[in-house]
Design a protein around this ligand. Structure first.
Ligand SMILES: Cc1cc2nc3c(=O)[nH]c(=O)nc-3n(C[C@H](O)[C@H](O)[C@H](O)COP(=O)(O)OP(=O)(O)OC[C@H]3O[C@@H](n4cnc5c(N)ncnc54)[C@H](O)[C@@H]3O)c2cc1C
Length: 526
């Protein structure tokens, strides 16, 4: 075997990188092995259309990372290695087919004026929710940041009961179980306000009628109002580049173009990995797989039947298609110039439309009217494109990983290589309804189908951007499976990290940091 490390990490996703950095800070010698040519997984940026136009391949909104516990502890070091953010004061808006729009800006009166134009009662409700947010956030974020193991969970439950009492705790539990539609219709009367917030559920796979999803429209709405949004300066890859540089500065190794083919274990203990090129590398303390649960089973060649069964049964969510556009100028929104100022414009006209789209994608159909997240990063950070030019980040939610048909009956192809272009054409036609003339502004285009997302990063099974559905049966202590929400496996020294492990998808570095603190034996961290 080649010379080894204390810990080997499989995949250079941001969770594995965060884990590696924390371990390196604690004196571990770490080696990260990534199959792709560049690190970052879902967090990378490149010139995917034309020279000088920098597009975020996948994640664009880095707010979760900026506000994470990991950033709090290691942010100063990352900044020394070039990490830089762009704060956004107009985080998100929705445009509607009748030419109206609504949006959230950090200026409270700007937001409430817009909501009041749709419903004065909803504007009052928004102000009341915001006033209550700090107290409520303490309980919600406490849960979302907690390890899902017995002692921390018991401590969380006890503290919450002490503070809120039985009825307050029960109300919180009810809120956590609500679907987006339940919470939104109980809370707001204007359909546009409901749709504007409901669109956030679609970033995960919380379509309007999925239990447990009401939390996300609430959190994103309140956080957008309170803190705005954060983008990476020059691209989301500022996060990846700083993580890699900090790991290397501490003597760690990040090796790209080196797929891991096998996890080596003997007598129930992980001993290292075998790379696709046949090299074997030893790990004395830990092998940490930043992979999907099903890949973990393949890489180990099998552990215990019960564990392998639960990893193989882990369910993936519908896929995503990305369209990267290089533009002459920002879209001319029919709803008005103001929309150019927003980082995200959601084209998600109603809760019913979102529910229909989700159902179609689940049934394997190309949706007739997919939900669009239109990211306008160069409106916030002009450094990503040549002077006066722009990039547009179009996230198409949802799309089936395996195509069985077309809900509109127009696209006959059932393979993504053929279906991607006509489906992208449908997407651009929708965008053109809201931003007339958009096609004439396009000077470069790159379509990334769900199949291509997976080919680039095998964790995104079927283009599932979450690496596993977030529905309640795979959430909290069930992510990825009961008894393993801390990333533990039946093989000693082998751990799973990444979006499939609690607290799940998004750029919060949650599972990587929780695991690193556990392994380094310093739960509060150094
Ligand atoms: C299209 C899209 C848009 C998104 N937008 C946002 C957003 O705006 N904001 C946000 O917070 N989140 C967003 N997300 C979600 C977020 O980016 C991901 O949940 C998160 O980055 C996943 O991190 P991870 O650590 O699990 O690893 P991943 O990013 O999934 O990376 C895993 C890495 O492991 C590598 N790998 C896998 N198997 C092997 C192997 N056998 N050998 C070697 N390497 C291997 C892969 O190549 C990959 O590089 C988005 C995701 C996608 C796909």
């Amino acid at each position: 075997m080649a010379d080894g490390f204390d810990a080997i990490l499989i995949g250079a996703g941001h969770n594995a990188l965060a884990c590696a950095l924390h371990l390196a800070v604690n004196g571990w010698r770490v080696g990260v092995f990534e199959q792709a040519a560049v690190p970052g997984g879902a967090v990378k940026t490149g010139e995917y259309t034309l020279p000088g136009f920098r597009h975020d391949w996948a994640a664009m909104n880095v707010s979760l990372f900026a506000g994470s516990a990991f950033m709090k502890q290691h942010g100063a070091e990352l900044m020394r290695h070039g990490l830089a953010f762009v704060p956004v004061t107009h985080p998100f808006a929705s445009a509607f087919p009748d030419g109206r729009w609504c949006g959230v800006s950090t200026d409270m009166s700007a937001t409430t004026d817009r909501i009041a134009a749709l419903s004065p009662k909803d504007a009052q409700k928004w102000a009341a929710l915001m006033a209550d947010f700090p107290a409520r956030a303490e309980h919600i974020l406490g849960l979302l940041g907690s390890p899902m193991t017995a002692r921390p969970l018991a401590s969380y439950a006890f503290k919450t009961w002490r503070k809120l009492g039985l009825s307050g705790s029960a109300d919180l539990a009810r809120f956590l179980l609500q679907s987006p539609r339940q919470w939104l219709t109980e809370t707001f009367e204007a359909p546009q306000v409901r749709a504007m917030l409901g669109a956030w559920g679609m970033h995960l796979d919380y379509a309007p009628d999925v239990a447990g999803g009401g939390l996300f429209p609430y959190l994103e709405g309140m956080a957008g109002q309170a803190f705005g949004m954060v983008l990476g300066k020059g691209g989301a890859d500022t996060v990846t580049r700083a993580l890699v540089a900090a790991i290397e500065a501490r003597g760690g190794v990040v090796s790209c173009g080196t797929p891991v083919a096998r996890i080596l274990h003997t007598a129930g203990k992980a001993t290292g990995v075998e790379l696709a090129d046949g090299r074997k590398i030893t790990a004395t303390k830990a092998v940490i797989a930043g992979t999907s649960p099903s890949a973990l089973v393949r890489l180990t060649g099998g552990t215990t039947p019960a564990f392998d069964r639960s990893m193989s049964a882990f369910r993936h969510a519908p896929g995503t298609m990305m369209i990267h556009l290089a533009l002459d100028s920002l879209p001319d929104w029919a709803a008005g110039e103001d929309l150019k100022r927003f980082a995200y414009v959601h084209l998600a006209p109603s809760l019913d439309q979102m529910a229909r789209t989700y159902q179609q994608a689940l049934a394997g159909l190309l949706p007739d009217e997919p939900i669009l997240v239109v990211g306008q990063p160069t409106g916030q950070d002009p450094s990503r494109a040549p002077d006066g030019k722009h990039v547009l980040w179009l996230q198409v939610r949802m799309a089936p990983g395996t195509i069985l048909g077309d809900a509109k009956g127009e696209i006959a192809a059932t393979d993504w290589a053929t279906a991607a272009a006509p489906f992208a054409d449908r997407v651009l036609a929708i965008l053109d309804r809201y931003a007339p003339g958009i096609r004439s502004k396009i000077i470069g285009q790159r379509i990334v189908s769900p199949a291509e997302l997976e080919a680039d990063n095998p964790n995104l099974v079927g283009g599932d951007q979450l690496c596993g559905s977030h529905h309640l049966s795979q959430q909290f202590l069930f992510r990825p499976a009961r008894g393993h929400a801390d990333g533990s496996t039946p093989i000693k020294g082998l751990h799973l990290t990444g979006a499939a492990v609690w607290p799940g998808a998004g750029m919060g570095a949650g599972s990587g940091f929780l695991l690193a603190r556990k392994l380094a034996g310093n739960r509060a961290g150094r």
